[in-house]
Ligand binder design. Structure first.
Ligand SMILES: *Cc1c(COP(=O)(O)O)cnc(C)c1O
Length: 455
């Protein structure tokens, strides 16, 4: 059964972010069904989803509340266009998200996926400055190692060579400033690293603010950079500098929003609000595609005019799809019904304790957890002296131990669903340990580390 689906898929489906020839050596993994943190193939083999299905799944697969909400919505309204029309799920979601920002970001513009939200935010910022009579503000600033999506506008503010270089001739240039990566200098505190990086930003803005529309950042964790983590102090400084120099701050919380870093929005840990925030991934609990850009009333106000060209004439066919909005409302309700962040703090402390033997492996470096609250649900570490092809090898080794891991280069990370049980947390850590031993054990002569107690 597995092999049939693999064969048909390779014949008909062009898989994302993949050199398809690689599948001659590394088989596709066909998935038949999923429940909670577990994915099952067609022969009943299971894998714990250690990366939340590409960072989207928050409360496990097939969550009953999200399913019920979508089913109920399906009975009354499947879809209607949002231009000229409106519906309850879009209105309620926009209101609730605005309330989550304490009203700081009062208007919601809906998109379909993360990259479309980034396109919207960049265009809005640019268009705002035109509307207020500053048409020279056309440039963007991004951080080194940033990732904001794969569409051409989003690539222009992305700094991941392998995704971008091929398309360089298509992509507009944006100015890059150093990222405040905590790993940059072992002698310096993360605040100092952040302060130094902010100084580069300040120097650039001093000279170029008149032509700069916005700075775009991934708050606290640069995901595709290999889960590079940084101090909230950088966001504080960036906010102050953007205010001082009349430049928008765009927070791309597509990966880090919805509790991932231990606060509902990552920006909260810096005590700031951006001018524009991009949300997607976890917003629907990982069930349906949806993105939202929230902006300040000031920004919104600059588009409100008799002149149609001052309006934001941007759209996607499925903008504000009611089913996706219902899934997002269900996700917010799960945050209302239980103290998700407090619960995550408990799970996280258990994972941290279980992970001690991994942290102590001689080839493991920079073991880290997202955010400063202790409730962050992203962990990452680097593997030194990893063999070539390490990421693929560890991926394959982890599958043998019933775990889905997707290392980036020599960075291994966990981004599990929020509600995994103690046994599942133990499985996540143990299977990672075993897979590491399979790939690295012989290379480093580390074999007989005491095994972690299997629940
Ligand atoms: C995933 C991601 C995107 C792109 O979202 P898609 O839904 O894949 O288009 C943009 N920014 C960040 C920070 C992301 O992690």
């Amino acid at each position: 059964m597995n092999s049939e689906w693999i064969k048909r898929s390779l014949n008909a489906v062009w898989h994302p972010c993949t050199q398809m020839k690689r599948h001659e050596t590394f088989p596709l993994v066909p998935i038949d069904r999923a429940k909670g943190v577990w994915l099952y193939d067609f022969e009943g083999k299971r894998y714990l989803d250690g990366v939340s299905s590409w960072w989207v799944n928050l409360f496990g697969h097939g969550h009953p509340h999200i399913k019920a909400r979508i089913n109920a919505q399906l009975e009354s309204l499947d879809h209607v266009m949002l231009a000229g029309f409106t519906h309850a799920p879009a209105v309620e979601l926009a209101e609730k998200l605005s309330a989550k920002t304490g009203g700081a970001l009062g208007h919601a513009f809906f998109g379909s996926d993360g990259a479309s939200a980034v396109e919207v935010a960049l265009k809005m910022s640019f268009h705002y400055w035109r509307n207020v009579g500053k048409p020279n503000k056309t440039q963007f600033i991004h951080l080194a190692n940033s990732y904001h999506g794969e569409t051409i506008g989003a690539l222009s503010v992305t700094d991941v060579e392998i995704f971008k270089d091929t398309y360089a001739a298509l992509v507009k240039t944006s100015h890059e400033v150093p990222a405040p990566d905590n790993r940059a200098n072992a002698q310096l505190s993360s605040e100092q690293i952040a302060a130094d990086a902010a100084e580069h930003l300040e120097n650039w803005l001093k000279e170029h603010h008149e032509t700069t529309a916005a700075l775009i950042v991934e708050p606290l964790v640069q995901g595709a950079a290999g889960m590079s983590m940084y101090s909230p102090y950088y966001l504080k400084r960036a906010r102050a500098l953007c205010n001082q120099y009349d430049v928008h701050l765009i927070c791309d919380e597509i990966a880090v929003g919805f509790g991932r870093t231990g606060s509902f929005f990552a920006s909260e840990q810096a005590g700031i609000w951006p001018d524009l925030i991009c949300l997607s991934k976890g917003i629907t609990g990982g069930v349906l595609p949806l993105s939202v850009v929230m902006c300040t009333d000031t920004l919104y106000g600059a588009f409100y005019d008799e002149d149609i060209r001052k309006g934001f004439l941007h759209s996607h066919s499925y903008t504000g799809n009611p089913l996706a909005c219902s899934a997002a409302l269900a996700t917010l309700e799960l945050f209302e019904h239980t103290d998700v962040l407090a619960q995550n703090r408990l799970i996280a402390s258990r994972i941290n304790a279980l992970a001690e033997p991994i942290r102590k492996l001689p080839y493991v470096q920079h073991f880290r957890q997202a955010g400063t609250t202790g409730a962050g649900m992203i962990w990452a570490f680097e593997v030194n002296d990893a063999p070539t092809g390490f990421a693929q090898q560890l991926f394959a080794a982890a599958l043998k131990h019933e775990l889905l891991l997707r290392p980036m280069g020599n960075t291994v990370y966990w981004m599990p669903a929020f509600n995994l049980t103690d046994d599942e947390a133990t499985h996540l850590v143990n299977a990672t340990f075993r897979a590491l031993q399979d790939v690295m054990g012989q290379a480093c002569g580390v074999r007989s580390q005491p095994d972690i107690k299997m629940a």
